[in-house]
Design a protein around this ligand. Structure first.
Ligand code: SAH
Ligand code: AVI
Length: 336
């Protein structure tokens, strides 16, 4: 008998990972920082929080007593996943900003139970997250294929592999709230274009509530969110040879009543000059000057509906938890 070629282990055969994070991605950090730190009101986009340490801190945030969104969204998923599987008949789950895919397992279980699940497509900027979850999920769900996309969901949506059947595109955690209102609609429109008539968008949105509850969720007593916020300065130090001392900045989280969003900021404790060698840039901070690092918009049903319809999507289901803290919406492309 001919000796056969060595076969890869079954899990490896079930995994395909494409990375789109190349030099262009490094340039995108550099250009974001160049723009953001030279504005009259300094600002950085939140996607740069998530290096390996940032992703780990985010996971710790999800466990904090004050950070209710993860628990509330999980409760909704646990109550409705079977119904969602039956309604969508999805053979594939595409997830934008998938992280550790912890809550995703509730959906995967339901699709697996319904006997339709074939493929999971996690899309995330954090390489280790995509690789680790591909490994563990192919082990946990025999027969599941994972096609991971390491990239920026704002720029690489067209690299999501072509559908193999009806899909759920999941955008969980309230990450849509991290977009400013105009970009939010622009991004939803891009997602809408990704959907075929058989596909559904399943999106998590955190709801407007008592500002004290909101501010506590973003300023926890153990200081984990403060460390997550300061982590962006560590990313700049490492990637762009900057010399920020994160301890020179206070963590600030406040609810902006006018816009109904949480703002996270870093406030300089004293006047200082930071050097970003990789950009040949010196940045001056006055004592008390703030750098906005994230907005996290909170939603009403009207705001969700307005955003979905502006993007060419129509609501199919509005699902919420018993305390009305968080909402999951199932929507599809508006038929014309
Ligand atoms: N969906 C998970 C994780 C939310 S945290 C949950 O619900 O708990 C936000 C995730 O989005 C992180 O994993 C982060 O790495 C990813 N992310 C943030 N900005 C991104 C971008 N522009 N492109 C791709 N992924 C992004
Ligand atoms: C990922 N995103 C939805 C989180 C949020 O709540 O806006 C990020 C976060 N920032 C501070 N805590 C958690």
């Amino acid at each position: 008998m001919e000796p056969s070629a060595p076969q890869p282990p079954p899990a490896a055969a079930a995994i395909q990972i494409d990375s789109h994070l190349d030099d262009a991605e490094e340039r995108s950090l550099a250009e974001d920082v160049l723009d953001g730190l030279t504005r009259p009101f300094k600002e950085l986009p939140p996607k740069h929080f998530y290096d390996a340490r940032g992703a780990e801190l985010f996971d710790q945030i999800c466990e904090l007593p004050e950070y209710y969104p993860t628990r509330a969204e999980r409760a909704i998923l646990e109550r409705t996943a079977t119904e969602l599987a039956a309604l969508t008949n999805a053979v594939e789950l595409v997830e934008l900003g998938s992280g550790t895919a912890a809550k995703t397992r509730v959906l995967l279980d339901a699709l697996h139970g319904a006997g339709t699940l074939k493929r999971y497509v996690p899309v995330d900027v954090t390489e280790s997250m995509v690789r680790d979850c591909a490994e563990t999920l192919t082990e946990e769900y025999p027969g599941l294929r994972v096609h991971g996309v390491i990239g920026d969901f704002e720029r690489h949506l067209d690299h999501v592999p072509p559908a193999i059947g009806p899909r759920i595109v999941a955008f969980l955690g309230g990450t849509i709230g991290n977009f400013t209102p105009g970009s939010r609609r622009r991004f939803l429109r891009k997602i809408a274009r990704l959907l075929s008539p058989d596909d559904f968008l399943l999106m998590g949105t955190d709801l407007v509530k008592d500002p004290r509850v909101l501010e506590a969720a973003y300023d926890d007593s153990q200081g984990v969110t403060a460390e997550f916020n300061r982590n962006v300065l560590r990313v700049l130090n490492r990637e762009l040879q900057a010399d920020f001392d994160p301890e020179d900045f206070d963590h600030v989280a406040l609810f902006n009543e006018e816009h109904e969003w949480i703002e996270m900021r870093l406030r300089a404790k004293r006047e200082l000059i930071a050097t970003v060698r990789g950009l040949d840039l010196c940045v001056h901070f006055r004592a008390g000057e703030e750098l906005r690092t994230e907005i996290s918009a909170k939603f009403t049903p009207e705001r969700v509906d307005g955003d979905l319809s502006a993007a060419g999507l129509e609501l199919v289901h509005w699902l919420t938890d018993p305390d009305g803290l968080f909402a999951l919406t199932l929507s599809r492309r508006t038929s014309r």
